[in-house]
Design a protein around this ligand. Sequence first.
Ligand SMILES: O=C(O)CCC(=O)C(=O)O
Ligand SMILES: [Fe+2]
Length: 405
Amino acid sequence: MGEAEEGRRRRLILHNFLSLQECKELEFIHKSNCTVGYRPNVFSTTLSHLIATNSAHLIIPFVPVRERLKEKVEEFFGCQFELFVEFTAPEHAGMISHLSFRSLFLSWSRGASIGWHSDDNRPYLKQRHFAAVCYLNNYVDDFKGGLFHFQDGDPETIVPSCGDVVIYTADSRNTHSVDEITDGERLTLALWFSRDATYDEDAKLISLLSQSLLHDNVPKLCLPMPASSNMYWFSPDQASSDHQLGFDICWARLHVLGYDLLFRQDKSHCSNIAELLMEPLRLARGDELFDHEFINILHALQVVQFHCWKAPGLESVKLETSKVVRLSQSQREIILHLKSSFVKDLHLLESVFSNVACAESSQNSFNWADFSVAVTLWEDYSRKPRRRGQGHVPPSAPTFKFPSP
Ligand SMILES: O=C(O)CCC(=O)C(=O)O
Ligand SMILES: [Fe+2]
């Protein structure tokens, strides 16, 4: 292939580039850590956010995926140079970290869409040369709407399918759009690549983190720490973060999966969300309380989403009967009272987080015995990330190219 032909190449569709297991693991990571995103009804998880919330080990499953994608992009576009995953300065005031990675896990919920654009269409995006979008779930089964269109050339339309990837140049040869999501939640992993070494996605930081996680001989349990409460607050106009309208997205995800929260202390008169996010709590369903304490809401959410991921393959055990107790009348009242702090608009919540596949399946078959197995497995997963099964951890530490000074 000559250079001219390489130059003309503009897009590539890869079917089943990611395995179902990889997609499910990335879904678990995103759903248990995401924050409100940069556009209406879009939620995102950045790598820097995982690090900032004491969940750096959750970057590990993502690293080999990113490396494989980079190789594909280099090969397809015939890059003679090393590509750098793009890094830009933070766009959001109030981010807890000064780092901003441009590898993003994204979920688009009802109402989200994007009109015709190319991915380098702003002066500050000119360093973007190539884009890769990985689809982590399925059109129709998991969401409706959300078809991807190229303005010209083939294929005209991409129907998101779990594991597929679309790779394209970020310039105006690839003007594209995404239809509005009308139901459910559409999950993607988006990466932008740059030829410019100065935009490298904090290679040094990821490298250091991977090294310490992979070679640390003392496995520590990584308990997540919530970020600022604003980052989890969904408000209808996305501008106000005064917690008077909208809802907390961690609470929302637990709610749509059928869980209630009971805090250790009587917090029934606490309306300060920032404080509540940090409080130890137990989970309830209906009139049953599961007698296990989580250190905060993010910890509970990680375990619940882990259970969603693993539930189909769990082998049930017999549960100690003392693990599940009946809620008292006063506990029920406290739970109800606190809902009003976490959610100001239940209708809005249920329209944004509609059609949650796991909720449907778990409503019918939920049992605390399986959940209790998931609690133990989650601890194992979060304590020994380097000893996970094949395909999660690269055989040797991933190689990173450091930008020259
Ligand atoms: O999610 C997709 O299919 C594409 C998203 C997109 O075009 C963008 O974020 O720039
Ligand atoms: Fe785009």
